[in-house]
Design a protein around this ligand. Structure first.
Ligand code: SAM
Length: 479
């Protein structure tokens, strides 16, 4: 099951699983010696999850390495892993019977999830209504079945078995799946930890913090492989040197492009205050989605950011006039924090801010990816962003795209790379005259020779994403 999550990146139906607390009854190891003395175990091929759980039990819990052999047809052996009907039928053949779910529960205090409902990602994205109505029907069926279970002709033991299982998938189940995955990674049965994504858009990222999948852009708000919190810290807050700035200055000004779920802002406030509790923090965020607050309110807030999200959840609706244009905003202005989220089209807001001579010490540049949110990644917009930055300010972005890097250079920035987090590519920092790592020669060469290293352009700051891309492809095909 965890293997499927890693390989397929398939969204799961929320609140549905086949799990058990304590004993499951139908997944057992039968042996003629106590389990600690087992040398060879014969494994059923019927369930990879149970085979992997067996290996976790031996290798992690008991620190043993028995020989594993698979069997095709059941016959009595000294030690076997059996599941389903065979487990129920043949457990009587063995002196010792160990329930795998019970061992897991005793060692971890958590339920074990044997099966989840997941759906092929592409099918889901093209058939959301079908998928949602299937989910509704599944839940209805489970409820109706158990409401009427006493009326079905079924042996009592089977009814008890079914009633004993747990069909939901709550926080405890998620914690258990994550722990199981961690153990599988430790014994090299998987190569990377999975994120856990649901058809309702929720994604539990690899560091345990939650993000969402945005169905308009077909992208998650954060790198699910790096983790939402981790990404904010290592791709934005620290590369922009918020820690250093807050120690050195009495007041810092941050421009946050793409407020989204507010992680970058929350992490920046936390880091700044940890480094200097008295620093005055001014943040202007830009966000086009007028319902961003509702999404944040439905999100599970990471414990480590509780204080910062209490602020974000308390943002108050307001209005602001910038360069003769009124915008709906959300503000928090208390003590030494001034947070303003401006709701509207990013390019226009950036342009209007530049006309009012705003200046920032750090820029978190975090729209969706250049392929789907191209209008926010053009050379022409970078030139305006540059006007908003102090000489030493650093702009940080997760993007490693050649057109983006080339656009930043042609806009007059020097650029540098930031160590990769959760993927192979480095992310990017840009500055007018601040301190950033030198760009490696190899990347300089790639940027000067690759035909793809051609900026996206949008002279009027008004083209559609498709038009910008179309013109980009026309230009690169000429070379
Ligand atoms: C990757 S998410 C940002 C995640 C966010 N920084 C966080 O820490 O949670 C990108 C955000 O940019 C916003 N966005 C995309 N295009 C925009 C535009 N043209 N103007 C303003 N906001 C935009 C999206 O609505 C989305 O909330």
């Amino acid at each position: 099951m965890v293997l499927q999550l890693v390989r397929l990146r398939a969204p799961l139906y929320p609140d549905l699983s086949i799990s058990s607390y304590q004993e499951v009854g139908s997944v057992i190891i039968g042996c003629d010696t106590p389990i600690e003395d087992v040398q060879t175990i014969y494994l059923t091929k019927e369930s990879k999850t149970s085979v992997y759980l067996t290996r976790v039990i031996f290798e992690i819990f008991f620190k043993k390495n028995p020989e594993y052999r698979f069997f095709e047809n059941y016959k009595k052996r000294q030690t076997v892993l059996l599941i389903g009907d065979k487990a129920l039928e043949y457990k009587k053949d063995y002196k010792y019977v160990y329930d795998l779910s019970k061992i897991w529960f005793d060692k971890t205090g958590l339920p074990f999830t044997f099966a989840l409902w997941c759906v092929n990602k592409d099918f889901f994205l093209n058939n959301k209504e079908k998928v949602n109505s299937f989910e509704y029907q599944l839940k209805k069926n489970v409820k109706e079945f158990f409401d009427n279970i006493e009326n079905f002709e079924l042996e009592k033991s089977r009814k008890d078995y079914l009633k004993n299982l747990d069909y939901g998938f709550d926080k405890k189940n998620i914690e258990a799946v994550k722990l199981f995955a961690k153990y599988l990674l430790e014994i090299n049965l998987i190569k990377t930890l999975p994120d856990i994504r649901f058809t309702d858009g929720r994604v539990i990222t690899v560091d345990g913090t939650q993000t969402f999948f945005n169905f308009e852009y077909n992208e998650a708000y954060h790198s699910t492989k790096a983790g939402a919190y981790t990404e904010s810290l290592y791709k934005f807050t620290l590369p922009c040197k918020v820690d250093k700035l807050s120690k050195e200055k009495d007041e810092i000004n941050i421009l946050d492009v793409g407020f989204g779920l507010g992680y970058n802002v929350a992490v920046a406030i936390k880091v700044a205050r940890e480094n200097n509790p008295d620093v005055k923090i001014n943040i202007i965020s830009i966000e086009k989605d007028p319902f961003f607050i509702d999404r944040i309110k439905s999100m599970e807030i990471p414990e480590i950011l509780t204080d910062e999200y209490n602020i974000i959840k308390n943002l108050q609706p307001s209005k602001i006039k910038i360069n003769e244009r009124y915008y709906n905003t959300y503000t928090y202005l208390e003590g030494n924090l001034n947070l303003l989220v401006i709701v509207g089209e990013g390019r226009e807001i950036i342009y209007n801010l530049s006309k009012e001579n705003y200046k920032f010490d750090a820029v978190f540049y975090d729209p969706f990816s250049p392929k789907v949110n191209t209008e926010m990644w053009t050379l022409d917009l970078f030139k305006v962003v540059k006007n908003l930055m102090t000489e030493k300010a650093i702009l940080a972005t997760y993007s490693a795209s050649l057109p983006v890097r080339k656009g930043l250079i042609e806009a007059g920035f020097k650029i540098g790379l930031v160590e990769p987090v959760g993927r192979k590519s480095h992310s990017t920092v840009a500055t007018i005259n601040g301190e950033i790592p030198d760009l490696p020669e190899k990347e300089k060469k790639r940027l000067s020779t690759s035909p793809l290293a051609e900026p996206y352009r949008d002279e009027c700051l008004c083209e559609t994403k498709d038009k910008i891309l179309e013109k980009y492809y026309q230009r690169i095909n000429k070379y």
